[in-house]
Structures are given as C-alpha cells and as structure tokens.
Design a protein around this ligand. Structure first.
Ligand code: NAP
Ligand code: HSE
Length: 435
C-alpha cells in the first residue's frame, strides 16, 4: 500500500465535520481512487470540548491552528475556518511556506489573496486547490480549468449564492416579503455567519472574481466587481416580473470587453429579471448554477448544491484526491505569474433591456415627471405599470420595462430624477436576461 496522504484539518464546523464524515464513510472508495489512504492526522478549532458529531479522539489536537503548518507529519493543510484575513490567511501562508499543499473552501481569502497564494504555491512547487470556494459541491473550477480548457470562454454568469436564491425563489412561491424570508434562510443554515455577505451580493462577488480569473486568465480583481444584493427586491417586483414572464435571480456575470480596442474586465453581481425560458429561471431553492460559454463547446451549464456539509465536503475531498494522485497542476488555468492585470470595463455602452421600479408619491404629474426624464435621457419605454391604489398622497410602485438601449441612458434618466420629491426611495434597476 502506498504511503497515506497526511492531512491537517483546520475548522471543524459545517464543512470541516462534513469532510471527516465523508473521509470515514467513503474510505475504501477514496483509497482506491486516490491510490493511497487519505488520513487526517491533526485537527484544530476554537472549542475543543464542542460535540461535532464525529470522533476526534483519533487525531492530534492543535489549539493554535496556525501551528499545524509546522507539523512534520503533515503533507496537506485543509483550511475550513473562513475569513479573508486573520488566522485563515496566516495558516495558508505558513502552510505553503512550509512546503505543504493547501486545500481551502474560503472564497473570501481566495478573492482577496488568491494571486499571492497561487504565486507562492507555484514558487514552492506545492498544490493550492479551492474547488469548494466556488459554488460548493459543483465541480465548476475543475470544469473550467480542465474540461473546458480548450475553449476561449466568452462569458461566464450564474447563480452563485444559495441564500439569495432561496430567498428569491421562496418569495416567488409564498408571496412573502424579504425580511421574513431571510429569517427562514438563516434558520435553515444557508446564510453565512454574517448574512450581509450573502444578501448584499459580496459572497457571490467573491466567487465571480475567482471564476473570472480562471475563465479569462485575468488577475483576480475583487475590488472591481460592481455589486448589488437582493435586500431591495420587494414582493411586488417579483409579482410584476412574473406577470411579464420573468423570475428574479441574483446573477453574477463576467466577460471581457474589447470595445475600446483593449481587453477590459466586466464583473457585476446584481438581481436580474430572467426569462422563464432561460435554464437559470428553473434554478430554485439554495441551488447554484453557472453558465460558461466557450467558443467551441458552446453553452455549458453547471448546476448543483452550492452549500451544505455534504456537497462542500465533496469538493474539498475531490481536491485531496487530486493532490494524493500528484495531479495538482497550477491553481488557475495558467501560471499565476502570467495572469494579466485587466482594467475595469466601462459599462455605459452596454446594451440591454431593463426593468426599472420607482416608488412614488401618488399625486398628479408624477408619471409625467418620470417619463419626461426617460424622454430627455433617450430611454424608450416598452411597458409601464402603476401598482397599488392607495389614498391620494400615498406611496405606489411604478414599474417599467425599457426597449433595448445603452446603460448610459438609464443612468442619465436616473440622474435627472435624483433629488425629486416625487420619489420616496432610490429607484431599482434590474437588467433583463433573455433566454
Ligand atoms: P463554520 O461552521 O462557522 O465553521 C468554522 C470553523 O472554524 C469552526 O469549527 C470554528 O471553531 C473554526 N474557527 C473559527 N475561528 C477560528 C480560529 N480563530 N481558530 C481556530 N478555529 C477557528 O463555517 P463553515 O460553514 O464550515 O465554513 C468554513 C469555510 O467554508 C468558510 O470559508 C466558508 O465560506 C466556506 N464554505 C462554506 C460552505 C457551507 O455550506 N457552509 C460552502 C462553501 C464554502 P469552533 O467550531 O470551535 O467555533
Ligand atoms: N452562504 C453561501 C451561499 C454558502 O448562500 O451560497 C457557501 O458559499
């Protein structure tokens, strides 16, 4: 029997405990596939006394997880703690410096420090793998890095946050508003410890920035992701979208914009109206789905569980199998040193249809004021609906769908309306994703 791959596991929460369960339950199968046993030798978390539903007495315990990197009896460190910086990053750096492989599910850390870690790992000739960091159990990192590696990827987009997808699709089914549905998502354990990262689109932006690095060979640039979350979507928007033949989904989207003659990186996360005929419209609950369009393969759709102990452990252990096989490759599709920095793309010229929702005071002249701003900015209105029948002076929703036009025209229309005392809240713009 070949020598085991010796693993130190930091973080014994949802994912960490899931990894131990999977390694135990599928031990024989994993040994056969990896060509050698995958053995945990040391573990670490904050609270040694916590019952995690798995037997930890077999493993050495480290109070200071960052010390695991220095253990002589470890080949690979698995970081399942979380946080872009702090102890997770210290452990990652120490592990690579000490010549250990590193497997992580930490999208925040890879989005912020992935380039540094990848360069260090390549320099030290050790593996760095992060399949679980993007879309949980879906093998999309491997799919792009390996399966689709013959293609130039033209665009990549998808549903990258299970919490938001659960919230939006539950609001769709129940007619409930955002607040109560978020609470249900938290009770079901879908949301991150700080739900702001989920609902404001930051978690999806982390994953999108990583995907863009893999798909386009651009240096990861999380700071240039435009990001809006789902907290401003109302039940009425969902009902309105439904009547128009759409569902609302939080979509992360990235492509390379060459309109200026130079390759620039477009990355955006925002709620969109998705045509009910589009495959992403059928993705509901906490499921994730990623569409990649390659110049030879065409449209690829990766779909599955984006979170949870089992699916996420599945991705972590798949990375361990690759490392055990000696099959780690570069962390991204190309060596990190060759990944090019790309300027952020301007978006004013991007063409599309938009849904724009205004909340307004119901009084004479308000619609005329909005439509005049649209006219003056050159936005052509395809349909316009006023919802609700409050008493004179109350708040109503005015929703419109625009004809195809440049983003800059919508921006200009909203600038013209900025500060208007007819509007009771900032307008919400959601692009339309056609089938
Ligand atoms: P979690 O349940 O909160 O577990 C975090 C673990 O880290 C806990 O065991 C905790 O110890 C330990 N920990 C925290 N701070 C520590 C410190 N300073 N020193 C030592 N240990 C520390 O988190 P999780 O859901 O398993 O997520 C882990 C990672 O996977 C994160 O990067 C997350 O973004 C990523 N991820 C999660 C999912 C998912 O579905 N949950 C999916 C994809 C990716 P105690 O238990 O003792 O408190
Ligand atoms: N909180 C994340 C989500 C889970 O809702 O998708 C793991 O990425």
């Amino acid at each position: 029997m070949a020598e085991p791959l010796r693993i130190a596991l930091a973080g014994l929460g949802t994912v960490g405990a899931g990894v131990i369960r999977l390694l135990d339950q599928n031990r024989e199968l994993l040994t056969a596939r990896a060509g050698r046993p995958l053995d945990v030798v040391a573990v670490s978390a904050r609270d040694r006394s916590k019952d995690r539903g798995v037997d930890l007495s077999r493993f050495a315990w480290e109070d200071d997880m960052t010390a695991m990197a220095a253990r002589g009896d470890v080949d690979v460190v698995v970081e399942l703690v979380g946080g872009s910086d702090g102890p997770a990053l210290t452990l990652a750096r120490n592990a690579i410096r000490a010549g250990k492989g590193l497997v992580t599910a930490n999208k925040a850390m890879i989005a912020h420090h992935g380039m540094e870690l990848a360069e260090a790992a390549e320099g030290a000739n050790v593996a760095l793998r992060f399949e679980a960091a993007v879309a949980g159990g879906i093998p999309v990192v491997k799919g792009l890095r390996e399966g689709a590696s013959a293609n130039a990827i033209e665009q990549i987009y998808g549903i990258l946050n299970g919490t938001c997808n659960y919230i939006l699709s539950t609001m769709e089914d129940s007619g409930a508003d955002f607040g109560e549905t978020l609470q249900a998502a938290q009770e079901l354990g879908y949301a991150e410890a700080d739900p702001t990262f989920d609902i404001e689109g930051i978690d999806a932006a982390h994953k999108l920035a990583i995907l863009a690095g893999i798909a386009f060979g651009a240096r990861i640039d999380f700071a240039s992701v435009d990001c809006a979350g789902v907290s401003r979507v109302r039940a009425q928007d969902i009902a309105q979208a439904d009547a128009l033949g759409f569902v609302i989904r939080l979509i992360g989207r990235a492509d390379i914009d060459t309109s200026t003659g130079e390759a620039r990186l477009f990355q955006r996360v925002q709620p969109c109206l998705v045509d009910k005929e589009h495959p992403l419209a059928a993705v509901d609950g906490p499921t994730n789905a990623v569409v990649a369009e390659g110049n030879y393969v065409g449209r690829l759709l990766f779909q599955g569980a984006g979170a949870g102990d089992g699916p996420t452990a599945s991705a972590v252990v798949a990375d361990l199998i690759d490392i055990a096989r000696g099959d780690a490759g570069t962390p991204f599709s190309v060596p990190a040193a060759t990944m090019v920095p790309m300027a952020k793309a301007d978006t004013g010229h991007r063409m599309g249809h938009n849904y724009i929702r205004f909340t307004v005071t119901d009084r004479p002249g308000v619609l005329a004021e909005i439509t005049a701003a649209m006219r003056d900015a050159g936005v052509s209105i395809e349909s316009l609906i006023q919802q609700g029948k409050p008493e004179e002076g109350g708040e109503v929703l005015v929703a419109m769908v625009t004809h195809e036009g440049p983003e800059s025209a919508v921006t200009e229309a909203l600038r013209l309306l900025d500060g208007s005392d007819s509007l009771t809240a900032e307008p919400l713009v959601m692009p339309i994703l056609e089938a």
